[in-house]
Each structure stands twice: as structure tokens, then as C-alpha cells.
Write a protein that binds this ligand. Sequence first.
Ligand code: UT7
Length: 312
Amino acid sequence: MNGLRILGTGRCLPASVVTNDDMSLRVDTSDEWIASRTGIRERRFCREETGVQLAAEAARRAMEQAGITADQVGLCVVATFTPDYLTPSTACLVQQALGLPRDIPAFDLNAACSGFVYGLAVIRGMLSSLTRPYALLIGAEVLSRVLDFTDRSTCVLFGDGAGAAVLARDEGRLLAIRLGADGQREPLYCPGPGRGESLLRMDGRAVFRFAVEAVPRCIGELLADTGLTLDQVDAVVCHQANARIISHVIRQLKADPAKFYLNVHKYGNTSAASIPIALDEMAEEGRLRPGMKVLCVGFGAGYTWGGALLEW
Ligand code: UT7
């Protein structure tokens, strides 16, 4: 299969830290409830920052880490379902902010929390036809804009942020990729303009049941596709929605918990941004070294799901 490689990563989180105690001033909740049900301790909410600013800054850091310049970027894709504007896309506004070339494709992609993995698949398909060598893939969300701060069962779970990766064509480095969707509106949706209040609605229990079935299945498919065992995978980066979902997955797969990265306690669920933010933190902490096998798996509204097994 056509391969790709992640050359650099970056992240950008809003400055404002909102703790569980801060949330308990807005809704009837507690640090004890949120932390014990989800593992979340705090999240970031945009005050001054826009989604475009977060996305552009995450991408700028990824380009810096990869050692590439704006004129070498041949494609810009932003995975988001909370763009600043329905049109133009966040990707076009990032293109402007970073001074990317004018004759390259730039577009947003909405696969909810699976967006980053969907983006890997889309970019893999496009890399060979680009006029410049590198692609930017950014996951960026301003979820605080669509939270109902009277609904304690959802507003405590989410946060804002952006993560980015610079991708290059590289045969053999993307070992397997699996995407799926199961079209249904319930139980997780956010109406668009003209469809009533544009606020996120979720039946948390239903999403939990879906996640603990879909994530192990997707991991199993990637392992079957590559003939690898989980022992041969060095790191697993699950979409960071809830630490309990990740614990379930670990138990079901009888896996080594140390392989599963966890940062949901700091940022809550940042949807399409959660996997690239995690990858960037892992890279910074020296947990990702060349040749390592890294498995990313996302799930979210749609339902959508997606997994990718990469060689770092
Ligand atoms: O990207 C994908 C996005 N979504 C997810 O991954 C969400 C997956 N689901 C979950 O993470 C969990 O279902 C939740 C964390 C959302 C909820 O946990 P739960 O254990 O399923 O709780 P529940 O919804 O069954 O609610 C239990 C109780 C209820 O009270 P009663 O009816 O038992 O008296 C809720 O009203 O907890 C109450 N509750 C809260 N209490 C304090 C719900 N939210 C809160 C809250 N603080 N924030």
C-alpha cells in the first residue's frame, strides 16, 4: 500500500485552564464525580484564541519540528467539526495564516473524533499527486462553543485544542489503516445553523457501549491486517474521551497498560485534536523513536471509527 510517515508534530492548547472545581461553579457536579467517571481533572477553553489560531500554531510547530518550510507544503487538511467559519474552511484560513503556497488543495474534513485517522487515509491517497513533498494534517476543535453549560452530563467532558502532523510519502511506513462509519444521528450530534440550538447532545452510556466494542475490534483488525500481535506494537494512542473506556479496552485485550498513552486528565475530550496532541506529547517525552510501531485509534459521532498502524 502507499505509505506515509509522520515527520514532525505540534500542538497548541488555549491558555485558560478550567479545573473540575471551576466546572462545579457552573453546573451541579464535583471533581470527585468527573475524575472517577472519566479521569478528567481539567480542560482548556478558548477565551481570546480562535480555532484557526490554535490550528495554525500547532501546524507551525509541527513544521518547525519536521524542519520544513511553508513553500514545501503541498496539501493542508484540517479535521474538525467546530470550525470558526462554515466557509471558508479552517484549512484555507490556516493556509493564509502560515503563508502556504496558493496553488495547493486545502480543505476541512469532518469525521468527528475519528477525523485525524480519516485524514491520514485521505492524505495517503493524495500524496502521490501533490506538486510539493509534504502535507499538513491538523486536528483542531473549539468544543466550548457547542457545549450546553446547563447539561452537566456532557459539558464536563470536553475541551479545546489543536494538534498537527507533517506527513511525507514513505513506502511501508503506514502498515495498515481501517475506517468505518455506521450512519445514524443519535446518540451523539450537534445541529448545524438553522436546525435549532447548535449544541452538542449525547447519550453518554450508548457512546460508551459503542466505544468499548469498536475500539478493540478496530485494533484486532489492524493486527490481523499486518500479522502483528499487540506485544509487537510499541504504543497505542486511543482517542482520549474517557480513561474508563481505555481501561476497558486494555482489559478486553489483556494488554499492557503502559502501552496506552493517557492525557485525558489534562485536556478532556478534544475530539479530532486528541490523537495528534497525544502524539506530540509522546514525541516530546521521547516515547516515540524511529522504527517503533504506533497504533492510533479514534471513534466518535456518526458513528465513525478509524485505526492506523504506523511505523514511526
Ligand atoms: O468522543 C466520544 C464522546 N463521548 C464519550 O466518549 C462518552 C462516553 N460515555 C461516558 O464517558 C460516560 O457514559 C459518562 C462519563 C458520560 C457518564 O458516566 P456514566 O457512568 O455512564 O453515568 P450516567 O450517565 O449513567 O449517570 C449516572 C448519574 C446520573 O444520576 P442518577 O440518575 O443516577 O441520579 C447522572 O444524572 O450521574 C449523574 N451525572 C452527574 N453527576 C455529577 C451525570 N453527569 C454528572 C456530573 N456530575 N457531571
